[in-house]
Design a protein around this ligand. Structure first.
Ligand code: GLN
Length: 448
């Protein structure tokens, strides 16, 4: 824990991964654990962990990257995942920067600071869990938690050269995760190695009666799946994942990875996910609709900083929201409110739900015949700070290869698979069947 803080003091001025640190308390916790040590074999005993700032931590400020929650200094409870981490005797050392309310792909939508990519600080770390990925890449922590609604764990993991898994929807409790789009959000681990990742998922996964969407499905020992053996593994490679927009360097890295799988005894074939071209449009309708409902609670009364000098109650709501939310959050709330409004609901929201089913069916059909789906995590490596910030549509398009996985609800991991000529990491995405994280980990570990 001490080494972690030393490293943070050394590099975080530049990387800016952490929003809130609690050194005294964390050192105290570590000391108490050490004193009571005995023969403790808790998997994460004494390990320092960073937590994305949309996951509620008792007594530790939780801002969601938003000025609206800048005073949420003393949450009254822990998210279920944080309780589980503490039961496994790890030490939560601080809260990690993110795009405001997890809306973004570069961390530039944080209302506090823009986290930088540790490989080259002119580049973004990805988002929205940019702080979670950068903190691991910079060696500030070896374990962090992120959340993934449309790619927010896998995309920053790819940009920062670390391992990030979005579990199956329902695998990990969302209790205490500030909701963005409830039918898509999942918490997941970001680590340096696949093995670490498996340990962390083992710790946080499982049924929770505080989350009605958490699934009552047994949690296997994921670390047991890391056999190194992928002989006979059947890999599907969607042609849509290597087409237009994917840079030649990314394509070459993925092809090299497939070659390695062949050498290890796996086989691969090209398949099609024909509806994935509608995924970005579908996602932005559904995610924004859900966000517009979820974010209604931030009204300056129940949650959020209250605007001063308002004359009437309605005025107070309006001013609090106008001052508290950043531009991207407002854009999504307006888009979602529009899509859900009467007269438009059938044309947009309902249509998007129907297309979501087609996308999910595409994945299920391919995964009937194959063990995993493999492709790039992102079409390009990290882009420069400022490059896309004024162009939301280009920013949205960056998630084209991660979003379909959330819409389908299946698990997906990003593992490093090479570097661009500029020395920036490239990520390989491995997607599995519902609740079959074991095979995803096995495939990722053999490749690593
Ligand atoms: N970048 C996507 C968005 O802005 C995904 C974010 C996420 O997964 N939280 O919505």
């Amino acid at each position: 824990v001490e080494a972690s803080y030393n490293r943070i003091e050394e590099v975080d001025g530049e990387v800016q991964a952490f929003l809130t640190l609690d050194k005294e308390n964390a050192l105290q916790q570590a000391k108490e654990l050490d004193e009571a040590r005995g023969n403790d074999d808790a998997a994460l005993f004494g390990l320092p962990i960073g937590v994305k700032d949309n996951i509620v931590t008792k007594g530790l400020r939780t801002t969601c990257g938003s000025q609206f929650l800048k005073n949420f200094n003393d949450p009254l409870y822990n998210a279920t995942v944080v309780e589980k981490l503490s039961d496994a005797k790890s030490v939560t050392i601080g809260k990690l920067n993110m795009d405001e309310f997890a809306m973004g792909s570069s961390n530039e939508n944080s209302s506090y600071a823009a986290t930088r990519n540790p490989w080259n600080t002119d580049y973004v770390p990805g988002g929205s869990s940019g702080g979670s990925a950068a903190s691991v890449a910079a060696g500030e922590v070896f374990f962090s938690l992120g959340s993934d609604t449309g790619g927010s764990i896998r995309q920053p993991a790819a940009f920062c050269g670390v391992v990030g898994l979005k579990p199956t929807y329902g695998r990990v409790s969302r209790f205490g995760l500030v909701a963005f789009a409830s039918s898509l959000d999942q918490i997941g681990p970001i680590t340096r190695t696949v093995e670490d990742n498996a340990y962390l998922l083992e710790t946080i996964a499982g049924y929770d009666n505080m989350d009605s969407t958490s699934a009552n499905v047994d949690v296997p020992k994921y670390t047991k799946a890391l056999t190194g053996d992928v002989k006979g593994l059947k890999i599907a490679v969607p042609k849509e994942y290597l087409s237009e927009g994917v840079t030649s360097e990314v394509r070459e890295s993925v092809m090299a990875a497939l070659k390695k799988y062949e050498e290890l005894g796996a086989t691969w074939e090209e398949v099609s996910l024909p509806h994935s071209k509608y995924a970005v449009a579908t996602y932005y309708l559904l995610a924004s609709s859900e966000a517009s409902a979820n974010l209604a609670r931030f009204d300056g009364v129940r949650y959020g900083v209250r605007a001063e000098n308002a004359e009437t109650m309605l005025d107070m709501f309006k001013q609090s929201r106008a001052q508290g939310f950043g531009d991207e959050v407002k854009r999504r709330i307006m888009l979602g409110t529009f899509a859900l409004s009467s007269g438009y609901y059938d044309a947009y929201y309902k249509k998007a739900q129907q297309v979501r089913t087609l996308i999910k069916n595409d994945f299920e059909k391919v995964l009937e015949d194959y063990d995993v789906i493999v492709g790039p995590t992102t079409p390009t490596p990290a882009f420069k700070v400022g490059e896309k910030v004024d162009d939301p549509l280009t920013m949205y398009a960056n998630d084209i290869l991660t979003i379909p996985v959330n819409l389908a609800g299946v698990p997906g991991i990003s593992v490093p698979c090479g570097f661009s000529s500029e020395g920036l990491p490239i990520g390989l995405q491995i997607i599995g069947k519902h609740f079959d994280e074991s095979t995803v980990y096995r495939a990722a570990h053999a490749f690593e």
